[in-house]
Design a protein around this ligand. Structure first.
Ligand code: N0T
Length: 521
């Protein structure tokens, strides 16, 4: 018992999800952790490639780097593993105080199979490809084939076993992505002889139930126009569960799937507008039922329109699924949209794809094209423990400027907030916000007590008033403390008064975090 106690003291607690009133928290070292990430390019998962990326990541206030692990690189010969790459990546992250999410690029990578080892690619008898509607093989592995499932699962299990050996105590790696944007591009489903046989059979009861259907019959009979896609999703989900389960048995880190979703400018053609068989918004209920070893399912979001961004993100924020966006863009628009993800949509993190190229010709400064991202991550990181508090309290809200939207009102129990973007101008009824020149306004407001709030954002003026019906006619700031969390400790920089609060609390363009106490009178 004594020995056990010593061991458990030495080991850091497992990263894990916890749930409270306002949604999920992702806990790392038992503390709320917002994933402020970057994801490296598909072929950058080699220690030498990332030497310049680590310092860049730190400079732009990233806390987590997501990196692909290529199946073909770690199992070049069947059954012979070489994890030197993984060791090098973990060492690189540790030396720079960063966390990792490693992505197992196994048999599925955006509807294709380029990361499978040569011994899989070349042995089409043993590891057959899917067949398209015209009868031609395509560059995706058939999901229902036992040998393929077993090979991918064995590779992933070996990877997780190795991770446990090198990182089971320290947890530099905080989560693992299983495959990448699984599904098939180029066909609605596998049309091989063996797949056609399965497709002609009755659809399994668990699929029918998960998608809220009743009755029985073939896939087409039960799911109509969605028959092929549902079939593809069912066998893809089974494949992914097999792989995830094998890895989880070795080392139960949080695991997730990422999705190329079906929100594609109104086009809907499974296998063409999006990979068929992935955990799209329509197939999500099926996946939630079929992949118990997966802790959450995540959309990759590259939408320029905030309406589509929110449309794509919202289905993945559910009582049984925390929102993480493992791939998104870096520019100001995406830095604004992140505020929807981290506030109203209760997200546990975001990760920007493919910025490591910005480290080329590194001068030690923040590259121009990463300025907005760097500022955004700095401000959100400085507020993280308070944002977590607000989530516990059940009140964390997003207020984001959009073209034509310069004022937003929020409901916080006894108080109402008003966020205004840009200078005011006079119109009927008084001062109105005019919007900022580059649409930079964005703020997270979290309530951490009846009269206490955290406010983190950019280019916004924030006011409060008592909610309609309150006995007190006015609200005011009792205090407004600007500061930042450093290593979990709030460091106040100054009290904001006078011009900084007279017309409302002013958050500058550079961004800041303020703790305020209010009163009604
Ligand atoms: C992503 C990335 C990477 C008609 C693309 C996005 C990453 C993969 N796929 O750079 O390859 O590994 O997950 C798919 C975006 C679909 C947009 C479709 C527009």
């Amino acid at each position: 018992a004594l020995l056990l106690a010593t061991v458990s003291l030495a080991a850091a607690p497992m990263p894990r999800l916890a749930k409270d009133k306002g949604g999920f928290q992702f806990l790392v070292d038992d503390k709320p952790f917002l994933i402020l990430g970057i994801q490296t390019g598909n072929s950058s998962g080699f220690p030498k490639e990332l030497e310049k990326t680590w310092p860049l990541a730190k400079r732009i206030h990233v806390n987590t780097v997501e990196i692909p692990i290529q199946w073909q690189a770690v199992e070049p010969v069947e059954g012979r593993f070489d994890f030197a790459i993984v060791d090098g990546l973990v060492a690189g992250a540790r030396a720079n105080g960063l966390r990792l999410i490693l992505a197992w690029f196994g048999g599925f990578k955006n509807g294709a199979m380029h990361f499978a080892p040569a011994w899989v690619k070349e042995n089409v008898q043993k590891y057959p490809r899917m067949i398209d509607q015209t009868g031609s093989p395509i560059r995706a592995l058939a999901t229902h084939v036992e040998a393929t499932q077993a090979a991918d699962a064995r590779g992933f299990a070996a990877f997780m076993r190795h991770l446990k050996e090198i990182d089971g105590e320290q947890h530099t790696v905080i989560a693992v992505q299983v495959e990448n944007e699984a599904g098939v591009l180029g066909t609605d489903r596998d049309h091989s002889e063996s797949a056609n046989k399965l497709f002609a059979q009755a659809a399994p009861a668990e699929a029918i139930k998960a998608l809220g259907k009743t009755g029985s019959g073939t896939w087409n009979e039960v799911f109509g126009a969605y028959g092929s896609e549902t079939f593809a999703a069912y066998y893809q989900a089974k494949y992914l569960q097999r792989v995830a389960e094998a890895g989880k048995r070795e080392f139960p880190l949080p695991m997730f799937l990422n999705v190329w979703s079906d929100i594609q400018d109104g086009f809907y053609e499974p296998g063409f507008s999006h990979p068929s068989g992935g955990a799209t918004t329509r197939m999500l209920p099926l996946y939630k039922a079929l992949v118990p070893s997966i802790d959450w399912i995540s959309p990759d979001i590259y939408k320029q329109s905030y309406v589509q961004y929110v449309e794509e993100a919202t289905p993945y924020s559910r009582p049984d699924n925390p929102l993480l966006i493992p791939e998104t863009g870096r520019d100001l628009g995406f830095c604004r949209r992140m505020f929807y993800a981290l506030g109203d949509l209760k997200g546990i993190g975001v990760s920007v794809f493919g910025v490591e190229g910005s480290a080329e010709g590194d001068t030690g400064a923040v590259p121009e094209n990463l300025r907005d991202l760097s500022a955004t991550y700095r401000v959100v990181a400085a507020a993280t423990p308070l944002l977590a508090e607000a989530k516990k309290y059940g009140q964390l809200r997003s207020f984001v400027e959009e073209t034509g939207i310069a004022t937003l009102v929020g409901d916080f129990g006894a108080y109402e907030s008003m966020a205004q973007f840009g200078p005011s101008h006079w119109g009927y009824g008084g001062a109105r916000a005019a919007g900022t020149p580059k649409t930079t306004g964005r703020v997270l407001i979290g309530q951490v007590g009846p009269e206490e709030f955290v406010i983190a954002g950019f280019d916004t003026t924030v006011n409060f008033r008592p909610k309609f019906g309150s006995a007190a006619p006015r609200a005011d700031f009792v205090s407004a403390e600007e500061g930042a969390y450093e290593n979990g400790v709030w460091k106040a920089r100054r009290q904001l008064s006078g011009d900084e609060i007279f017309f409302g609390l002013r958050l500058p363009g550079a961004g800041t975090v303020v703790r305020v106490k209010l009163m009604k009178y």
